[in-house]
Design a protein around this ligand. Structure first.
Ligand code: 5AD
Ligand code: SF4
Length: 478
């Protein structure tokens, strides 16, 4: 039996897809890159903007052809859309949203055991069963055992077995997903979000904020290190809000730092309302923690920030940028910005442009506001027209892209340390990132400079010679 996984959305989804793959592996199901070879297809979805939902729905709909050709194929939708829309999504057999991920191991067992039956069934009909359910031909009954899956399920899991089948328990899956992104990996430290920013669907689909036990996190970090991972990004929707008992995020960072010799640590996404000087101190003092912070601004207008329920003013935001830059030399600051929030005027938008100009972010993710049913902002009247939103987004992107290029250009003529992560897309040259997250391609041996061979996962000092688009080009230094 094989699964194929399609992933949309954020880093947490990328991690969750790995977790699902590892749970299936524990049930003896391998992964395939080719959807046509799969017996089970998983679509991991995102609800943050309408565009992301439309793409996933399009993909699910295009998979129907395969489903018609192969009636025994099981299509499973997981992620935020499964939570938000559930079985209102046409063309899938099974839905598991993030709030039900504690039941993933059990559900996956059920999918696998019912498929095993279905595969051998002459009718080829797949029946997905609840514990103790009966199809008329076969009865399933619950079984229990104890194991952990990366802090998500640490109690008893209930699976189901066919009555009469030899009740041989398979080995519980490894608690952590295998890293599959080469030398970099994600590590969730908390899940969910309680901030309820007025535009955002995340708290509704991912549930309330829950921080993971630091011991668990350190254990997973050691696991990643043993498998050759050299850069770990700690994940949380509002990561600096992390707190487990008496352990706040700054202390977690210090604990992680002690365990991560030779491994770079990043963390995202930070919320400006939870910034504090002690955290900045911890970032500055921990050698493994990279000089890079992702701090969404969302808007440069106090009036809009208030309507967004972000709980900081533009001045407070700028205060934290100053503190970060004063204490941490050359820190890279990246951000998220939304344009066209309901009631946003040209004047509000100009304030956003103004702060973008003054702050000089290293990079920004910029979005048009997308109305999400069920959020507070969905009830706001005075929406901004699509045309105006598009125009504002274009202006903002033009401004920020220029700044990104200039900021990257500041590295030309400098020496930087890069971690080799892979090969450049076009020429297949070794490619790595600086501690501040900037991509550098290493130019191969030229007559003038001798370039030694570099290996994946190696940290090398590079002299940045030039910039092409946004990408820096450099040569290794002996
Ligand atoms: N419309 C547009 N952008 C949104 N984001 C979150 N919700 C919405 C929405 N409804 C953006 C925010 C957030 C990022 C992950 O996505 O900028 O920081
Ligand atoms: Fe959404 Fe705000 Fe939570 Fe971020 S902090 S996930 S924008 S509610």
């Amino acid at each position: 039996m094989r699964i194929h996984i399609i992933t949309y959305g954020c880093q947490m989804n990328v991690y969750d897809s790995r977790m699902v793959a590892s749970l299936f592996k524990g049930e003896g199901v391998e992964e395939t890159d080719n959807p046509e070879d799969a017996d089970i297809i998983i679509v991991n979805t995102c609800s943050v903007r309408e565009h992301a939902e439309r793409r996933a729905l399009g993909r699910i709909s295009s998979l129907q052809k395969l489903r018609r050709e192969k009636p025994e194929l099981v299509l499973v939708v997981i992620g935020c859309m499964a939570e938000r829309l559930g079985d209102n999504i046409p063309g899938a057999d099974f839905f598991i949203g993030p709030r039900k991920y504690d039941r993933l191991p059990e559900t996956i067992r059920e999918i696998v055991s019912s498929k095993q039956y279905a595969v051998s069934s002459p009718s080829g009909i797949v029946t997905l069963l609840n514990s103790s359910a009966s199809t008329g031909q076969v009865t399933f009954h619950p079984i229990r055992y104890r194991y952990r899956v990366n802090g998500i399920n640490r109690q008893y899991a209930v699976g189901s077995m066919r009555v009469g089948a030899t009740s041989r328990l398979r080995k519980p899956p490894h608690p952590y997903p295998e890293p599959d992104r080469g030398v970099t990996a994600f590590l969730p430290v908390m899940r969910g979000c309680d901030n309820f920013c007025s535009y955002c669907i995340v708290p509704y689909v991912r549930g309330k904020a829950v921080s993971r036990n630091p011991e668990d996190i350190l254990d997973e970090l050691r696991y990643l290190k043993e498998r050759g991972v050299r850069e770990v990004a700690l994940l949380g929707q509002s990561v600096n809000e992390y707190r487990y008992g008496e352990t706040p995020f700054r202390q977690l960072l210090r604990m992680v730092d002690k365990e991560s010799s030779g491994v770079r640590i990043r963390f995202l996404t930070s919320h400006p309302a939870y910034m504090n000087d002690e955290l900045i101190e911890a970032i500055a003092e921990c050698n493994s923690v990279c000089e890079s912070v992702h701090l969404p601004l969302q808007s440069g207008s106090d009036r809009i920030l208030q309507l967004m329920e972000r709980r900081y003013s533009v001045d407070e935001y700028r205060h934290w940028i100053r503190r970060l830059r004063d204490r941490i030399e050359n820190i890279a600051i990246t951000t998220d910005i939304i344009v066209g929030f309901p009631t946003e005027t040209e004047e509000d938008f100009k304030k956003t442009l103004d702060i973008v100009r003054k702050t000089r972010f290293d990079f920004a993710y910029m979005f048009m506001y997308s109305r999400r049913e069920g959020t507070k902002a969905a009830g706001f009247s005075d929406g901004v027209s699509l045309e105006v939103k598009k125009g504002r987004l274009e202006r903002l992107i033009a401004l920020q892209n220029g700044i990104t290029r200039e900021k990257n250009g500041e590295l030309v003529g400098k020496e930087v340390e890069i971690l080799i992560e892979g090969k450049s897309r076009r020429e297949g040259l070794p490619m790595g990132k600086t501690r501040t997250g900037k991509e550098v391609i290493i130019k191969m041996q030229s007559e003038k400079c001798k370039v030694r061979n570099v290996k994946m996962g190696e940290c090398v000092n590079v002299y940045v010679e030039s910039i092409s688009g946004w990408t820096l080009i450099g040569k290794t230094l002996e």
